[in-house]
Design a protein around this ligand. Structure first.
Ligand code: GLN
Length: 542
């Protein structure tokens, strides 16, 4: 019988529910249990694919092509749980499915209502993840307890324990215990209120995880336990981690979280093996060198827009024993201030994916800087497209070369719409999405990194390198290092006369883990470390 853990959040948003859920999943996996992870998001968009990064941060893409919440990135980085379309549902998706059923007449004339029809649909989505080979499903509920929009989800998870038995469900509530400077103490009242709200709708949390800046005293935990009706040992402190998010699971274990869960759910008590994770933290704490990488994007100021990229850079740093300082550079600033002022001194430059014209000329300038100064460069999606544009303009001499996304009438459309995209008008879920196989060519930097010719990477784009220009660019020193099946679509380009210039049409950052860095990120950081130790950096700074 699959056991279910539900994670809710209280007091404020951005408490790190995703990270905490992922940590719980990781710890249970390291106790030999088979885990599945899921997030239920209360907003009405069908998926985050159509949302601005300012609203939502990064869109995390899965192998099956679903465009999901960035918390799923934490799940994949911390656990081995397979993620699919069933791992992320939104209110929009739930209603869409219920309304479609209603149109097909499946409710046989009944009035369709939030309870039971919407809640049944939600319970169904939760139940789908269980199965014979699954010990635990962890379901994270987005939003904050008390929000109107998350109520149907909370009602559904309340009912769920009635359906499958209370002994098979466990509720974890993540809450904030703020420190009030004026009073010089931690305050428990917001937590009391938040748990009060949960209890009002019939959910008694089993475990409270308390986010706090300062160490909690025994008296704080006792007070929370008393007012929130949980045993003292079920009040777990989760103190802010200044050093690394990868410390979170270890600290939860120190506070006894895994024991509590295993005991409450009657799960088999296997020993916990955290050696890998400890080794990872050891490496992180003991770097042999320090380098700096510039990420030049349109959303540089937004901490979540390139989340998986920043994480992947860190993973490659761990792999290369290097501490990495990441400079977040707004690409539009390069248009105004020039690359020299903003990019001098960096050991590597990365241009991430994106949509729309704003800031693209700054990206092209940054790429030119990296190519001409022989600074290691990794271009991703739009970053790859800008690299092709830069090469066409400045090496081949095709003045005004561009993507038809930004200039429909360009004389040199080196990037253009995929044929299959020509008649598509709907914006949601209609790009080239998900895992696609491609073949890496011999004698490329990419092959050195991957060590294998057949690769599978996730995709999310509408535009594509225009094959009409392949020969011309190749003749000037661009290497087409990987193409899709039948050689139809360009997947990776490399500048031949350059120490490390690789640009990819797919986002590799969705397949990097702290314990297994993505080969291209590792190769990129290795090249940057090499450059830094060669003293080349000083030349640039002069
Ligand atoms: N806007 C470009 C396209 O649609 C690049 C997409 C991306 O960077 N993910 O092809």
């Amino acid at each position: 019988m699959t056991k279910h853990i539900f994670v809710t959040g209280g007091v404020v948003s951005s408490l790190g529910k995703g990270l905490t859920s992922a940590s719980v999943g990781m710890v249970l996996e390291q106790r030999g249990l088979s885990v599945r992870m899921q997030k239920l998001d209360p907003y009405i968009n069908v998926d985050p694919g159509t949302m601005s990064p300012y609203q939502h941060g990064e869109v995390y893409v899965l192998d099956d092509g679903s465009e999901t919440d960035l918390d799923l990135g934490h799940y994949e980085r911390f656990t081995n749980a397979p993620l699919t379309r069933q791992s992320n549902y939104t209110t929009g998706q739930i209603y869409l499915s219920v309304i479609e059923k209603e149109r097909r007449g499946e409710f046989l004339g009944k009035t369709v209502q939030v309870i039971p029809h919407i809640t049944n649909e939600i319970k169904n989505c939760i139940g789908k993840l269980g199965g014979e080979d699954v010990d635990v499903v962890i379901t994270e509920i987005g939003g904050t307890v008390g929000d109107i929009e998350s109520q149907p989800f909370l009602e559904a998870i309340r009912q769920f324990s009635l359906d499958v038995g209370k002994e098979n469900c466990l509720y974890i509530h993540l809450t904030l215990v703020p420190y009030l400077k004026a009073a010089a103490e931690l305050k428990t009242k917001p937590t009391q209120h938040s748990v009060g709200q949960l209890r009002q709708i019939g959910i008694q949390p089993d475990i409270l995880i308390c986010r706090t800046e300062r160490e909690m005293a025994a008296s704080d935990r006792e007070k929370i336990a008393l007012f929130c009706n949980v045993p003292v040992k079920a009040v777990i402190e989760e103190r802010d981690k200044d050093f690394s998010i990868y410390e979170v699971p270890l600290s939860l274990v120190e506070h006894g979280l895994d024991e509590l869960i295993v005991n409450k759910l009657g799960l088999p008590k296997q020993t916990l093996d955290l050696d890998n994770w400890r080794e990872l933290l050891h490496r992180l704490r003991n770097p042999e060198t320090e380098i700096s990488i510039a990420v030049v994007g349109k959303y540089a100021e937004h901490k979540d827009a390139y989340k998986s990229i920043y994480e992947s850079i860190d993973h490659a740093g761990i792999d290369n024993h290097a501490q990495i300082r990441i400079g977040r550079i707004q690409s539009e600033d390069i248009e105004h201030e020039g690359p020299e002022r903003l990019l001098s001194g960096y050991d590597g430059i990365l241009v991430p994916g994106g949509f729309g014209e704003r800031g693209t000329e700054g990206k092209v300038e940054a790429i030119r800087w990296a190519r001409e100064r022989k600074i290691p460069f990794l271009g991703i999606c739009l970053g790859m497209q800008c690299a092709a544009i830069e090469f066409a303009r400045n090496v081949v001499g095709l003045e005004g070369a561009n993507s038809t996304e930004f200039d429909k009438d360009t004389s040199y459309p080196v990037i253009c719409l995929l044929d299959e995209q020509n008649n598509i008008t709907d914006k949601g879920g209609t790009m080239r999405l998900g895992a696609q196989v491609s073949t890496v060519n011999d004698a490329s930097k990419s092959l050195e990194c991957y060590g294998t010719k057949e690769i599978s990477e996730r995709h999310r784009h509408r535009y594509e390198f225009n094959n009409v220009f392949r020969k011309q660019l190749e003749a000037h020193g661009l290497r087409f290092a990987a193409t899709s099946e039948n050689d139809t679509l360009v997947e990776i380009i490399e500048v031949v006369d350059h120490p490390w210039f690789v640009a990819v049409q797919f986002p590799p950052e969705f397949k990097s883990k702290p314990t297994a860095s993505h080969p291209l990120f590792s190769g990129f950081i290795q090249a940057a470390v090499r450059r830094s130790s060669n003293g080349a950096k000083k030349e640039v700074e002069v």
